[in-house]
Write a protein that binds this ligand. Sequence first.
Ligand code: GDP
Length: 327
Amino acid sequence: MAKRFPAAYYVERILAHDRLGLSRAITLVESTLPSDQELAREIIQQLLPFSGNSVRIGITGVPGVGKSTFIEAFGTFVTREQQKKLAVLAIDPTSQRTGGSILGDKTRMETLAGNKQAYIRPSPAGKSLGGVARSTRESIILCEAAGFEVIFVETVGVGQSETAVHEMVDFFLLLMLAGAGDELQGIKKGIMEMADAVVITKADGQNLQKARAARAEYQSALHLFPRTASGWSPKVAISSALENTGITEVWQTIEAYLETVQNGSYFEQKRQHQNLHWLHESIRQTLLDRFFAKPEVKETLPELEKKVLQGEVSAFAAAEELLKFSN
Ligand code: GDP
């Protein structure tokens, strides 16, 4: 095990905007060792007053839509043109992939990785969605205390991770490809409803016309959704990360959103609701972890699984039997 320091070390290093200190603290947040978790809690508690000063942006889209290429272009814009310090975190539950994090892949986000204004943290390997969501959320707090002003949270997993990301960001960006036929095909309505903006990617070359048509189509589809309490109506933009077009517009859209929601109390309210969500989520997660870690449960679960598979016991009866060990 790597060396551990007292909480004050991490707190001091992070407040001095030191990347190594930040990385070491994130490692604690990701650790499953009870002693590391306790240390992580102490650090977070002390840093909480220094967190919150960032724009948290969720970025999602199916694999191949161009997320990493877009993040490179958009991230470069944010750091170079806007002169803001950017942290890029990813939610990549390994249960949905094999071989761990693709953010760890050296070919991904090469430009941004060499950018002094940017900090890229690969998703922790070998964790469930619940586990990775929790450590990403805690990492956001650490990054903010370390002076990062813009945080991207990218979903790499397909499916449920969008909801987790939506619960930890201020602005949710959905990347979409312009299709030939039915533009709305293949994307769940629920995810569209979460989007504060949709960006049609790869709007270049022969794809440009299609992207423009898709923009019109998505814009009218989004109008059909009920307006949210934020007072913001979602926007659709087109962008080519390769040709670096549409990037400024995406940033301007986010600024316009912030202006809308920071005018009233919505921005703060949303963050407060998210805090409550994570309180409940941590209770659920901790209870589950404790339950599955019990020796009696570990011992009995495989037998009961077999019985359920063979139809000898109903799933509910098996659950009841196991839950006897929950006290
Ligand atoms: P991810 O899986 O969503 O992270 O997608 P990638 O960023 O890895 O991109 C998938 C593929 O689309 C790669 O072959 C990219 O070169 C290509 N691609 C990404 N952005 C653009 C773009 O703006 N224009 C074009 N023409 N291709 C792009």
